[in-house]
Design a binder for this molecule. Sequence first.
Ligand SMILES: Nc1ncnc2c1ncn2[C@@H]1O[C@H](COP(=O)(O)OP(=O)(O)OP(=O)(O)O)[C@@H](O)[C@H]1O
Ligand SMILES: [Mg+2]
Length: 616
Amino acid sequence: MVTAGTTSRPVTGAALRDRSILRHELAPGTGRRMLVEARPFVGLIVLLVASALLSSAASVLPLMLFQRIIDDGVLGRRSEVVVQLSLVVAGLAVAGAVLAIVERWCSVRIGEGLIHRLRTRLFEHVSSLPLAFFTRTNSGRLVSRLAGDVTGAQQAFTATLTTAVTNAATLALVVGSMLLLSWPLTLAALALLPVFLIPARLVAARKAAWSRLRMDHNAQLTETMTERFSVSGALLVKLFGDPTRERDRFDAQAAAVADDGVRMALAIRAFVAALTLVGALATALFYGFGGLAVIDGRLTVGTLTALVALLARLYNPLLQLSNIRVDLMTAMVSFERIFEVLDFAPAIRDAPGAVDVPAPIGVEFDDVHFSYPAAEDASLASLAPDAGLAERASGPVLKGVSFTAPPGATVALVGASGAGKTTITHLIARLYDVEAGAVRVGGIDVRRLRSSSLRSAVGYVTQDAHLFHDTIAANLRYAKPEATEAELWEVLDGARLADLVRALPEGLATVVGERGYRLSGGERQRLAIARLLLRSPAVIVLDEATAHLDTESERLVQEALDSAREGRTAIVVAHRLSTVKGADEILVLDGGRIVERGTHDDLLAAGGAYAALYSG
Ligand SMILES: Nc1ncnc2c1ncn2[C@@H]1O[C@H](COP(=O)(O)OP(=O)(O)OP(=O)(O)O)[C@@H](O)[C@H]1O
Ligand SMILES: [Mg+2]
């Protein structure tokens, strides 16, 4: 009775842990580095261990006192013994409650503190990685690592540590007390242990396999939903999908998840029932043999009562401890995965003795050769998208590009899609390093410039002009946090966007971006130009969106661009004739090479690729 009720429930969770993780080989040094992470919490950890030890003592001692209360007090008819010992039991209960709170407080402080530290470090580190990392990384996996592994890692110093200490202490006290009371019955109870452990191992292995299957099935289900319910996915389904086929497919996936659930619940229930039975049989054994021993006078009634109460506390700690290695290993694997990310060094870093960009600032490409890095160089294998694992480096994307944009000049890049225009813009801010040749800004190789200085010297309007899901003001201030409202209006005016923003009900406080107010393509670009103007860089890089704008929109973007170009060096990827015409030099790119260069009039007169591009 007691045995069954108190031990079976907490036991199953621990006893049915997936043990396959024990085969994992940790990276060398993981354990040592884990301890280093624990160092700031040493005081709390000591307090946690102490309170766990004391609280398990406070919970086992009253059971021992049962013997004295019954034999000396009740049967000996000494009421003062009964009262005193009952008060002691009450005192221990109060102490136990206080200790439990102290223990929890320590464990939460350690756990949350560690999560906070690791999370912040991961965020800072990942943010510092080069762009190539993000193009080669599955962002879902990265985020789940930041969120999940960090939580998993703290378990080592909280749940696992508490479990180990509490259960080891409880076990020692329970077994010690039982041996003192009756060693033959204690040994008999311990002999039943394999009856718990062997089925536990067998069921655990099955359950692990099933729960992995269930996770796969659940993931499929989620994937189907997120994909179908995204705007573009929903559109595709509406235009091309067959509703019956869609429904049947989803039905089959949902049914698989349901079947997995039933199977697992039944297996666990059967296991719990078996455990309960064994526990109840052990109790019966104690009552039977113990009762006979009491009749024979070899055991007192108090001893038997205490033994039965202690028996109820015997198996749970044993089962929990039998899986402590699994828990510890799980936490260590989380640490290992966190360290893996932290150890991944950014390939693009400031050189020792890096300098600031000197004025006046022009841009120069000197025989630049470039290929995009392969996935394995740019990201971690465990974070790369599955399809990207085998992905090699791109072929050569730039094959000997040379040009000069003197300070204040505008250079336009034109050419077919995939010719390498965006790539050239990426190299100016050193988002990637060249393979051969050099990119110079202000006459100095970008690899010798301080990245913060380079970043404030070169401003971008990228092809997709990304905006954060935030207000217009916040998006603008991302470029200059201290900008006043007057400055914001000034740049909006320069970007020919002030009238539009003034007409919005919320004005500067209008939320834009992913789920906010939908700006049109042209408006988005103008907002990005306003953001750039706020930064006021010496060099502007504008990657025009390929999407066609209507004439009015095009005129506004052009005006915004002209106002941004004033007094600055500009590198413009141009799709619009109006932009190209005003350039000091036009570079026509094809397959990573500059095939023609000159002014608009020169190139038209030459009648080559450029003339063909703009003849239509
Ligand atoms: N992150 C990347 N990894 C690997 N290859 C890339 C990457 N980005 C671009 N490429 C490849 O580099 C080549 C040049 O791309 P780029 O984006 O520079 O073209 P583009 O001239 O800007 O084209 P568009 O006019 O369509 O914008 C293309 O073949 C493209 O597939
Ligand atoms: Mg491009």
